[in-house]
Ligand binder design. Structure first.
Ligand code: ZN
Length: 214
C-alpha cells in the first residue's frame, strides 16, 4: 500500500501518517528524515543535498525525488509506505510518478486530510509555549493549570510568532498555491481520497481505515 498524505500545515496529517504506518506496518517516510539519514551516512545523494542546505538553498526537486525514490526502494518498503510532506508541487509529483513507473510501481492512495483554513487558524492561535523550558500547551486541548503560567517551570506562556493568525494565514496561502493543484492531479489519477480533518483525531483515523481496509 503506497500512500501520500496531503493536507494543509496544521491539518494533522503527520499524526495520521504515524498511525497508518503503525497499523499497516509500513514505514512513515518524511523528507526531513531521509535528508538526515543520508547526510549522517555520508551517501552520495546526502553529500549533494548537503551542499545546497549548507548554502541555505532549497534542495532541487530532482535531487529530492532521487532521495525519495532511493528510500522507497529499500527492503522495508516492499509492502508499501506512507509519504508525509512529499510531493509538495506538481513537478515533484510528476517526477515521483515517472520514477515509480520506471520500477513498475505506482501510488495507491493520496489521502487529503481536509480542514478549512479558519479552523487551522483557530487551532494554532490556541497554542501556547513556555518562554523558558519550551513546554507547549493549548488553551482548549491541553490548558495549563494556571492561565498564562507554565505547569513545569512557572514561567510565562506566549503565543509564538509561528502560531499567530497572520503567519498561519501566510503559510496557508503558500500551501494553497503550491499543493492544492496536487489535489487535482491525484483526482485525475483516480487515487485521491478525502477525509474530514475537523473531527477528533481518532475519528479521522477511523475514516482512513474505512478507506484502506482493516
Ligand atoms: Zn516552562
Amino acid at each position: 500500500m503506497k500512500i501520500i498524505m496531503l493536507g494543509a500545515p496544521g491539518a494533522g496529517k503527520g499524526t495520521q501518517a504515524k498511525q497508518i504506518a503503525e497499523k499497516y506496518k509500513i514505514p512513515h517516510i518524511s523528507t526531513g528524515d531521509i535528508f538526515r539519514a543520508n547526510i549522517k551516512n555520508g551517501t552520495e545523494l546526502g553529500k549533494k543535498a548537503k551542499t545546497f542546505m549548507d548554502q541555505g538553498l532549497l534542495v532541487p526537486d530532482e535531487l529530492v525525488v532521487d532521495l525519495v525514490v532511493d528510500r522507497v526502494r529499500q527492503e522495508d518498503c516492499t509492502n508499501g509506505y506512507v509519504l508525509d510532506g512529499f510531493p509538495r508541487t506538481i513537478p515533484q509529483a510528476e517526477a515521483l510518478d515517472a520514477a515509480l513507473e520506471a520500477i513498475g510501481e505506482k501510488i495507491d492512495y493520496a489521502i487529503n486530510v481536509e480542514v478549512p483554513d479558519e479552523n487551522i487558524v483557530r487551532r494554532m492561535s490556541g497554542r501556547r509555549a513556555c518562554v523558558a523550558c519550551g513546554a507547549t500547551y493549548h488553551l482548549v486541548h491541553i490548558p495549563p493549570k494556571a492561565e498564562g503560567i507554565c505547569d513545569k517551570c512557572g514561567k510565562e506562556l506566549i503565543l509564538r510568532d509561528d502560531d499567530k493568525p497572520e503567519t498561519v494565514e501566510k503559510r496557508l496561502n503558500v500551501y494553497h498555491e503550491q499543493t492544492q493543484p496536487l489535489i487535482n492531479y491525484y483526482t485525475d489519477k483516480k487515487v485521491l481520497v478525502e477525509v474530514d480533518g475537523t473531527v477528533d483525531m481518532a475519528d479521522v483515523f477511523a475514516a482512513i481505515v474505512k478507506i484502506l481496509g482493516e
